[in-house]
Design a protein around this ligand. Structure first.
Ligand code: ATP
Length: 463
């Protein structure tokens, strides 16, 4: 068996295929050639390293078991010496743990044996798009502009997100309500190989449990009362792109089983259909809840937790990165001005100080709401502390019964989860009072949809 099989081709090879079995190497090479790609092949970690030292590739595809090491070693090696090169691993069917370890080490994606041509083609397409840097260069600017923050915590978070944009691993984004979990997810999508595909956000808490399966997977005409035509679901809508499952902790257990299957099999079965259909989506998810705690309480399936939580990003609350407040405020004021017309309002130093001293239990979304209200109230060009309506450390929620806003709990403990719910409940009551219980206006003020607001009110027995 040749350990290094380098073809004397006029142009550089696109893909490095690493596998110790001759027939699999040949099969992969043939499939890739049909896609118009030239390959080098290697039968061991050593041979692959030798080629990587000499030549550059657009993708590396490696088997896990190799005579002198394993695919994970190669993933680590590539991260160290060729960090921009996407590397995908071929894992044995059912060895999802290995695939997850590879993703954690920085692998771009994985395929299971026997390698299906369709899965291989999709993987290669995504990898090459990433390598071309097309999505990265073209979409970095707009995504960059909309993701504001220069605090050390935020800079680190953005760097992690940008690294994760380069692979296909599921990412779980954890943070309090309104911290920017969705903007982070959009950033990961916009900088990744799927940027040309759709980004489909779903609030799992806002879909009624009876319709959930059909919403996610679609349905066939006549499969239930009201199914008057075939309809595709969110998975199909996100095909080629990213499905962002917000508030994933709200999924009922029965749906969690189905979601796990869809993620694992990369296929879904529309309600009323006989066969599954393949789907090609990257899953990003988020919650303000501590999923580990939900698992311990039996409210979230451990297997799904393990599957979606390959990598966790924690978005810090705004009160842990107060340095970001001035930039965020300027950004929000500019956005409001663009919407309303005219020049952006400025903040008096005292107003900015008041904002920086405030604890923002509702995080960036609350900052947006405060500034929108301040712009409506303020008569001149500059917003004063009085227009802001927060006085130093004294949160408006304190008046509503939440002990000092500094005591707003983080999301890490059981009490914290409950505290978060309580903070949200009070925030919603405040908005409803301000809008004289006009739910649409309150939802707008809170930055949520009417459906989301209704869902929460129902949950708390308030509707
Ligand atoms: N770093 C940021 N730069 C610019 N805008 C931000 C940033 N973080 C949050 N925002 C804005 O704040 C609002 C809330 O952000 P987002 O919806 O992403 O939060 P979230 O954590 O997903 O909220 P929820 O938990 O309620 O779903 C959005 O309007 C978003 O544009």
């Amino acid at each position: 068996m040749t350990q290094v099989d380098r073809r004397n081709r006029p142009r550089a090879a696109d893909v490095l295929v690493v596998d110790d079995e001759d027939d699999i190497r040949e099969l992969l090479e043939l499939s890739l050639m049909r896609m118009g790609l030239a390959c080098d092949t290697a039968g061991s970690v050593g041979a692959a390293r030798a080629l990587l030292a000499e030549r550059s590739y657009r993708l590396c595809l490696t088997d896990m078991r190799l005579p002198d090491g394993d695919g994970l070693e190669l993933v680590e090696y590539i991260q160290a010496v060729r960090p921009g090169l996407p590397v995908a691993v071929i894992t044995a069917f059912g060895s999802i743990e290995t695939a997850i370890r590879a993703l954690k080490l920085g692998a771009f994606d994985f395929v299971t044996k026997p390698v299906e041509l369709k899965a291989l083609r999709e993987l290669v397409q995504h990898a090459l798009k990433l390598r071309e840097g097309g999505s990265e260069e073209h979409s970095a600017a707009p995504a960059e502009r909309s993701l504001i923050g220069h605090s050390a915590a935020f800079v680190q978070l953005r760097a992690q997100a940008e690294k994760l944009a380069r692979n296909q691993a599921p990412v779980f984004i954890h943070g309090e309500s309104g911290t920017g979990k969705e903007v982070i997810a959009r950033h990961i999508h916009a900088l990744g190989a799927r940027a040309g595909g759709p980004f489909v956000p779903v609030n799992c808490g806002a879909i009624s449990p009876e319709l959930m399966e059909s919403e996610f997977f679609g349905h066939r005409k006549g499969s239930f009362t009201g199914a008057t035509a075939d309809k595709s679901g969110l998975f199909q809508a996100a095909s080629g792109g990213t499905l962002f499952l917000d508030e994933i902790g709200e999924l009922p257990l029965a749906m969690q089983v189905k979601l796990l299957r869809a993620i694992q099999e990369r296929a879904v079965r529309p309600v009323g259909a006989h066969a599954e259909e393949p789907v090609d989506v990257r899953i990003l998810s988020a919650s303000h809840q501590d999923l580990g705690r939900l698992v311990a309480e039996g409210r979230f399936r451990q297997d799904l937790f393990f599957r979606i939580n390959v990598i966790t990003l924690r978005v810090p609350p705004l009160r842990e990165r107060r340095e970001d407040i001035p930039d965020l405020a300027a950004h929000i004021l500019a956005r409001l001005a663009a919407r309303e017309g005219g020049a952006p309002r400025r903040l008096y130093a005292a107003a900015l100080e008041a904002l920086q001293a405030y604890n923002f239990p509702g995080n960036v979304r609350e900052l947006e709401n405060l500034l929108e209200r301040a712009c409506a109230l303020c008569e001149g060009e500059e917003i004063g502390a009085g227009d802001i309506g927060v006085e130093g450390d004294c949160s408006p929620l304190a008046a509503a019964g939440v002990a000092g806003s500094t005591a707003t709990p983080g999301p890490e403990s059981a009490e914290a989860g409950e505290g978060q719910d309580e903070v949200e409940r009070l925030r919603i009551i405040r908005a409803l009072e301000q809008t004289r219980w006009n739910r649409s206006a309150a939802a707008r003020m809170l930055g949520m949809t009417l459906r989301q607001l209704r869902y929460r009110l129902q949950k708390w027995g308030m509707e």
